[in-house]
Design a protein around this ligand. Structure first.
Ligand code: HSE
Length: 403
């Protein structure tokens, strides 16, 4: 792509992030780019841009091939995949922030971009405004990365922060998070840890070159958290945070999303409201933490703008780690055998009735507390058995890692 000419953008979606991109681009001095067509679903919404820019037919953008870049910012992951696939097959580079769509279709999308020799970049899909993907991909290329650990969902962090600092009700804060545009249109994806997991799946590719399917990765969320849990954490010098972890242990990786008690005086403890943070640990660089706003129209819009700008110098992910790993495993991307699920975690588990614990493989109980109001145990539990309560809306246990 030539840097001298004006870049024509065909945009899909004009929700929170789409409008954020529009604002950020309108204020950008350096980048010569314009949104020339916007494809949306609803014909009846008031728009802040002249109606002549809009279309309701995706083919107006995809078939005419007039645009240099397709920017995909719609909500529905399946529709997003169809758009991105067609654009790549047409030889057009794509910028997206759709973590669910990327995580669910990673292998196909990777192969498509290699085949059609176009760029598919997605910095806005994980960590909001934090440039974490390009850093993992480029800066840590030759570094012996040992692990990443972070807060990747603004909505959960916003809820946990306000529950603790303002003693406000969970559902009231969730409503606020929806009103300001932090939450997904289906907020279950946020609070049950799915959104964090999709982001973690992407960061695992760029950290270790390992593609995992979202279903292979465990996530438990904060949907069952209570003020009692928050008080317990506070009394012991912790804050509860929903943490995504990918760690290399010998040749395998441990990858999961779980609430954690995070100790005082750490970067993650001090990450509040909709901010995200990613701790990257390397054998020689030791720990480095990246922080920034993780949700919201403008922070995410700015990451999308940065991707559009990167396309002007023909940037694409090199996927060096993925390529070298592929050679090691006879051309296969199947990475399930690299996922370590055979370990034990020390957990705080709050429950009502002991019967609720029957699905878990508890190795030993270190502490047990019972009262009229609340019951909990601190126990060492086989990680694998957490899959028995995974993705079950009827699960009422609150599970939190104690480190
Ligand atoms: N719902 C997401 C969050 C939006 O709260 O982090 C940004 O990816």
């Amino acid at each position: 792509m030539s840097t001298n000419k004006n870049i024509s953008i065909g945009l899909f979606g004009f929700g929170c992030v789409g409008q954020g991109l529009y604002d950020v681009l309108s204020n950008s001095q350096g980048l010569k780019a314009s949104i020339d067509k916007i494809c949306v679903k609803s014909k009846n919404k008031d728009r802040k841009v002249d109606m002549s820019f809009f279309t309701w037919d995706k083919n107006v953008i995809l078939s005419e091939k007039k645009h240099d870049v397709i920017v995909e910012l719609i909500d529905n992951a399946d529709e997003a995949f169809a758009i991105v696939k067609e654009a790549i097959e047409n030889g057009v580079s794509v910028v997206t922030a759709n973590k669910k769509m990327l995580a669910e279709n990673f292998e196909t999308l990777y192969k498509l971009q290699e085949e059609h020799k176009v760029a598919l970049i997605y910095e806005g899909s994980a960590g909001g405004s934090i440039p974490i993907i390009r850093n993992l991909e480029e800066y840590y290329d030759n570094e012996l990365l040992t692990g990443i650990k972070g807060i990747l969902n603004g909505t959960c962090n916003y809820i946990l922060t306000r529950m603790e600092l303002e003693n406000k009700d969970y559902s009231e804060i969730l409503k606020d998070a929806q009103a300001v545009g932090f939450a997904e249109s289906d907020p279950w994806l946020d609070v049950a840890g799915f959104d964090t997991k999709y982001k973690l799946v992407l960061l695992t590719v760029h950290s270790f070159g390992i593609i995992l399917k979202p279903d292979q990765v465990l996530n438990l969320g904060i949907n069952t958290v209570s003020y009692d849990d928050i008080l317990y954490a506070k009394r012991h010098g912790y804050r509860i945070k929903l943490i995504a972890r990918a760690e290399k242990i010998n040749d395998k990786v441990r990858v999961f999303v779980l609430p954690h008690f995070v100790p005082k005086d750490t970067d993650l403890y001090n990450t509040l409201y909709e901010y995200n943070a990613v701790e990257v640990e390397g054998a020689f660089s030791c720990k480095q933490t990246f922080t920034g706003k993780g949700a919201g129209a403008h922070p995410t819009g700015s990451a999308v703008l940065s991707d559009i700008s990167a396309l002007t110098y023909d940037y694409k992910y090199a996927y060096k780690k993925l390529k070298s790993l592929k050679n090691k495993f006879n051309g296969s991307y199947e990475a399930l055998h690299l996922l370590d699920k055979d370990f034990t975690l020390k957990l705080y588990i709050r429950f009502k009735d002991k019967e609720e614990l029957k699905e878990l493989d508890i190795v030993d109980i270190e502490e047990e507390y019972k009262s009229a109001a609340t019951n909990y145990i601190i126990a060492n539990v086989k990680f694998n058995s957490l899959f028995n309560i995974y993705n079950k809306p009827e699960n009422k246990l609150f599970v939190c890692v104690v480190e």
